[in-house]
Design a protein around this ligand. Structure first.
Ligand code: C2E
Ligand code: MG
Ligand code: MG
Length: 781
């Protein structure tokens, strides 16, 4: 509660400093409650004064009578005026009215006191004495009932009225008058106590009322601002409280809120305005009458709004029920949307992987029990990625939608199609007679999807490959999907745009492959890999210039696994990054143990080379090993140069400027494009050993020499791989264009320890005697 303003509180010392303005105003207001009795009292007192004047003939009593009537009339008039003002009193106004009352009361008391004093002291008439004493006593008693709100005014009045009266009685001298004066003083003291107590009681009542009003106000605010509609029905079943939200939700008139109607009337009103169906209405009534906790949800009658309301019923202590209504339409819609999103692909509106799986599970259960044949077609679009990359994702999205439409358009109502993610779709073809039906559908799907698409004025062509799995007794949805996926893999491998049925061998191959993947991952963690090294020999000096690091995996049960089998799998499962890093660091560290003149060559697969941070990987390996950059040679293949030409060019240039040498491996096996040789900063070309096949004939030799001369002219050193015989060596070294050679003739790939021995031996000897060369024409391994 707000504190009473300080300056006013000081001004009216008699008011309590902590009293609220409202209570102060109410106390002042209590002074002005009964103008009529006040006037009647004044008239009575005036008549009494007239009577005493007539009886005693004392002229001084006449003015008393006149003043009593006048002052009494003015006070009554003031009271009437107070009553006629409308609004609540402010503190300042209350203070003004209090002063007016105070002036009237004091003047009236003075006149009354004067009348008593005159009658008692200046006349000796016992009747007059009786009149004035009884009237004054009565007036004071009545005053106690009027002025208890501001007792201090009343106390001043007592003093001004009873003081002169009691004094006059004492002065009269008659011992009985003196006795009566004493009794009068006691009586007045008693009245003083009573009024003080009355004021306390009154103030307490006012405070309680104020508090109650505050609580009611808060309750009201809370009720009318809550998002729920609320009704409270008493034990008698009548409406106690209804908030505005309820009225608003149920379209009830505002006046309804204030009526003490029964639950049935409220529900009937809702039914009448059409916000509730009669059935829902009776359910709600029985829930209310049931007086037990409960909850129901109703759907709105109004279809347009499609509103869902949630009703909760809570019994109250001592009987009655609280009914809460919440509009849950938006929540319901959001839930529905979420569940739709969870089960449908938002782009094509086809069922997604999740709902497809569930649906297939259900359909399989039926098919199994009736032993019917069905087929699952796993469709993958060919060249979709290129469309996405060249025409942009919006075009790719449009294409997927058209594909979905075409698929939908060619299926029977029984069949079920879903988008599995990316460019993968699945069709479940139910109840077929034979595998041929599935093949026929697949053929039609491939044809239909291969037809041209027009997207944003672009004509687009793609292909489709399909893997088919046929149902067998007891097969699960997951298994069927796996089988179709394996068949798809095979279809793609066998040249896209075809379909392929699942066969059991596929599962075996896939299983073997899966085990290999697992083993590979473990092998890296358990350091089962090893690097072998094979020397490259300079044909002029006969010295080992470089050793090529070659990956070896000696598996406990598989035996020695070829890198040709390891690298593609590692690439596919993403292990190549970690594996490549290991190889690079290991090779660089190993090279640090070799003579300074010997470099190390490390093979980089295309995927490994196209890692974004290939440069930092190389820098880091050099840094941790301490190997100078010029002793590292990176062997890349033509496939690394095929894609991302600008990026590739930049990466090679950066590697080159870091000091690392780049050599092009296996030249002659791929496109063997001569443009690579001058477009990229390469230092070495390694001509593949397939060039050596039939080298004794003229053509291949001319070809080999041509390539070797061209490379040499472009400033690159030329290496021929796979030299196995002295004849081969002689043929390739005859014209002097080939700088280095590598092959079993010199050494097979050998362990790190062995290559160290070889290098020590060859370089040690070389140091002592320049004529002793590692080679030629004799294997060093
Ligand atoms: P590559 O880089 O062309 O390596 C030369 C391959 O030819 C090696 O096979 C080597 O043992 C073999 N070879 C060398 N001289 C002769 C010879 O006189 N006659 C015959 N018949 N073969 C010879 P390897 O070690 O089986 O490696 C095969 C391929 O695997 C390598 O071809 C390379 O492309 C890849 N590879 C090997 N190690 C790694 C590696 O650490 N990382 C990457 N990314 N690829 C590697
Ligand atoms: Mg190589
Ligand atoms: Mg090679």
């Amino acid at each position: 509660m707000r504190a009473y303003p300080m300056q006013l509180a000081d001004h009216h010392r008699h008011t309590d400093h902590t009293m609220s303005p409202a209570i102060y105003a109410a106390l002042v207001g209590s002074l002005f409650q009964n103008p009529a009795p006040m006037f009647a009292g004044a008239v009575c007192a005036a008549i009494a004064a007239v009577m005493t004047a007539l009886k005693t003939g004392n002229h001084l009593l006449w003015p008393c009578a006149v003043l009593l009537v006048m002052i009494g009339a003015l006070r009554s008039f003031d009271m009437a005026k107070y009553k006629s003002r409308g609004s609540d009193l402010t503190v300042a106004e209350a203070a003004r009215w209090e002063t007016r009352y105070q002036i009237g009361a004091v003047l009236y008391a003075i006149v009354l006191g004067a009348w008593c004093a005159i009658a008692l002291l200046m006349t000796d008439d016992a009747v007059a004495h009786m009149i004035c004493i009884s009237v004054t006593t009565g007036y004071v008693a009545a005053g106690a009932g009027r002025a208890y709100g501001r007792p201090w005014i009343f106390h001043v009045q007592i003093l001004l009225t009873c003081g002169p009266m009691a004094g006059a009685m004492v002065l009269h001298g008659n011992p009985y008058y003196v006795g009566m004066a004493l009794l009068t003083v006691l009586y007045f003291l008693g009245l003083e106590r009573i009024t003080t107590r009355l004021q306390e009681i009154f103030v307490r009542a006012l405070i309680a009322r104020e508090r109650e009003a505050a609580i009611a106000g808060q309750f009201d605010t809370a009720l009318n601002n809550m998002p729920h509609g609320l009704c409270m029905f008493g034990a008698d079943g009548r409406l106690g409280v209804m908030n505005y939200r309820f009225g608003e939700m149920m379209h009830l008139a505002d006046s309804f809120v204030h009526r003490r109607v029964g639950a049935a009337d409220v529900i009937a009103a809702c039914v009448a305005v059409g916000t509730m169906s009669p059935e829902n209405g009776s359910t709600i009534i029985s829930e209310i009458e049931n007086s037990q906790a409960g909850a129901i949800v109703t759907a709105d009658l109004d279809r347009e709004r499609g509103r869902a309301l949630s009703w909760t019923f809570q019994p109250m202590v001592g009987g009655g029920t609280v009914v809460l209504v919440e509009d849950i339409t938006e929540r319901r819609k959001a839930e529905a949307k979420i569940s739709h999103l969870a089960r449908f692909d938002s782009l094509t509106e086809l069922p997604n992987r999740l709902s497809f799986r569930d649906e297939i599970e259900r359909l399989l259960a039926i098919a199994n029990s009736e032993s019917r044949l069905s087929a699952l077609l796993f469709i993958d679009l060919d060249q979709f990625k290129q469309i996405n990359d060249t025409l942009g994702h919006p075009c790719g999205d449009r294409l997927l939608c058209i594909v979905a439409d075409r698929l939908r358009g060619m299926l029977r109502p029984d069949d079920f199609v879903a988008r599995f993610g990316g460019d993968e779709f699945v069709v479940f073809q139910q109840n077929i007679q034979s595998a041929e039906e599935a093949a026929a559908l697949s053929r039609r799907v491939v044809e239909r999807l291969t037809e041209r698409y027009e997207i944003d004025r672009h004509l687009v062509e793609i292909g489709a490959s399909i893997g088919i799995a046929l149902t067998s007794p007891g097969v699960t949805a997951d298994n069927l999907l796996k089988q179709a996926d394996m068949a798809l893999y095979r279809a793609k491998a066998g040249g896209r745009g075809t379909f392929c049925f699942f066969r059991n061998e596929m599962a075996e191959i896939v299983e073997a492959r899966r085990v290999l993947e697992l083993d590979l991952r473990k092998a890296l963690a358990k350091e089962e890999f090893e690097l072998f090294y094979q020397p490259l020999v300079n044909l002029k000096s006969g010295r080992i210039t470089t050793c090529e690091a070659l990956l070896r995996w000696n598996h406990p049960t598989r035996g020695m696994v070829s890198p040709i089998d390891i690298i593609p799998v590692a690439e596919e499962i993403g292990l190549i990054v970690d594996l490549g890093r290991w190889i690079l660091r290991k090779a660089c560290m190993e090279c640090m143990t070799w003579p300074d003149a010997v470099s190390v060559a490390v093979n980089f697969s295309s995927q490994q080379f196209h890692q974004r941070d290939v440069l930092s990987e190389v820098r880091y390996a050099l840094e941790v090993s301490g190997l100078p950059a010029h002793r590292l040679e990176i062997e890349i293949t033509e496939s690394s140069l095929l894609r991302n030409t600008q990026w590739t060019h930049d990466a090679l240039t950066q590697l080159r400027s870091a000091g690392v040498r780049i050599s092009l491996d296996d030249f002659g096996t791929g496109y063997s494009s001569l443009s690579y040789l001058h477009n990229f900063p390469l230092q070495k070309v390694k001509i593949d050993r397939s060039f050596l096949e039939g080298i004794d004939a003229d053509r291949p030799l001319t070809l080999l020499r041509g390539v070797a001369r061209l490379s040499a002219d472009l400033g690159m050193s030329v290496v021929v791989e796979g030299i196995e015989t002295n004849e081969q060596l002689e043929l390739i070294s005859a014209d002097g264009t080939v700088t280095e050679a590598q092959g079993y003739l010199f050494s097979r790939p050998v362990s790190a320890a062995r290559i160290r021995q070889l290098l020590d031996a060859s370089h040690g000897r070389h140091l002592r005697d320049d004529n002793v060369k590692v080679l030629p024409s004799r294997s060093i391994a």
